[in-house]
Design a protein around this ligand. Structure first.
Ligand SMILES: [Zn+2]
Length: 352
């Protein structure tokens, strides 16, 4: 018999959906119930964030918040598993594309998409009420911001990074294990580290790092603290070099977790322009969040150059530059890595 019986939407039984996970001794029925009541925040929904979101959604984590500032491009599709060609064609914000896909995977959980740039004005609000934060970002500035906010509010977070065939992960339990600043006192200087845009990246290392991050999240959310790896884990899937550097206590002199100084949260709000490493682009965020009327702006710009607009963003080509303007007035300017040129274009075409 080859017939296939499909259950109507909404009739997928809980015990069927999670039965293999409940059979697993580390989770069981009680662990599954804990996952259902858990809230996770994924900051950055590129390759790592995509893999984390899919795994946590399938595992039945009850509430997922996806935060990302960028939109889907064709060059993402090789490794960012939440996105499709049509997402890239429509230039959908990654957070929106991700929660749309999750709804198809598991309609039984709550999701929330935030299309925004994580900075010191919003990071505490984003993380303070959740049970775990997963790092899906691609830059150290945001990771130190997450570290400061999570240590201040006593929220567990799981660092992860990948470039080329190399990746790294570490779980931070504030005041119990070393924080990011205990291990790396300062971020590497700008331009000194390879990025996915300069050195490339292959998907298998994404899968490895995300798998370790997600497993740590499942242990934390189900209370299996003694199973955490308590290490700085390093992997190179091309040169076959896997390392586990054991971690002990937080550093007694750490400015963040010992002295309670949260430098990145106290930064002056003046400068929100940042070159996007390796992308010949600059991002500008307004000091105060705005709510732009993208259709009105598109009418203003239409006479000057090519304009495309959808519900979430506007794209405007002018000479060698391309401006992508989001509803909150944040703008990514391609064609330059010079911040003052970008500010000038922003002031001219978006307005400050
Ligand atoms: Zn520390």
């Amino acid at each position: 018999m080859n017939s296939v019986r499909l259950l109507p939407v909404g009739l997928v039984k809980m015990e069927d959906r999670y039965s293999r996970q409940i059979l697993f001794a580390g989770i069981g029925k009680e662990g599954q119930a804990r996952l259902r009541g858990a809230r996770a925040v994924i900051i950055g929904c590129g390759a790592l964030g995509s893999a984390q979101a899919e795994a946590l959604a399938r595992a039945g984590v009850g509430s997922l918040r996806i935060v990302d500032r960028d939109f889907v491009e064709a060059s993402n599709l090789q490794r960012q598993t939440m996105f499709t060609e049509s997402d890239a064609q429509d230039r959908l914000p990654k957070a929106i594309a991700c929660v749309t896909r999750i709804a198809l995977i598991n309609s039984d959980i709550e999701t929330h998409a935030d299309v925004l740039d994580v900075n010191h004005t919003n990071v505490e609000e984003l993380i303070k009420d959740c049970d775990v934060v997963l790092d899906g970002t691609d830059n150290f500035a945001t990771r130190y911001l997450i570290n400061d906010a999570c240590v201040k509010h006593n929220v567990n977070w799981i660092y992860g990074a990948a470039v080329g065939s190399y990746g790294v992960s570490m779980t931070v339990r504030p005041h119990v294990t070393p924080c990011l600043r205990c291990v790396f006192e300062e971020a590497p200087p700008a331009g000194s580290s390879p990025t996915c845009d300069t050195a490339g990246v292959i998907m298998p290392i994404i899968s490895v790092v995300a798998a370790v991050q997600v497993t740590e999240a499942l242990k934390l959310l189900t209370g299996q603290i003694d199973k955490l790896h308590n290490a700085l884990m390093q992997f190179d899937v091309w040169s076959n070099d896997w390392r586990r550097i054991a971690l002990k206590s937080p550093l007694p002199e750490c400015v963040t977790c010992a002295l309670g100084k949260y430098e990145t949260l106290e930064a002056e709000a003046a400068d929100f322009a940042a070159a996007m490493c390796g992308r010949n682009a600059v991002q500008i965020s307004p000091q105060k969040p705005a709510e732009l009327d993208l259709n009105a702006l598109s009418e203003r710009l239409r006479a000057l150059g090519e304009v495309k607009v959808n519900e979430y963003l506007l794209r405007f080509g002018i000479g060698e530059y391309e401006l992508t303007v989001f509803r909150d007035a944040r703008t990514i300017i391609r064609g330059t890595d010079d911040i003052s040129t970008a500010r000038s274009l922003y002031a001219k075409y978006v307005g400050t």
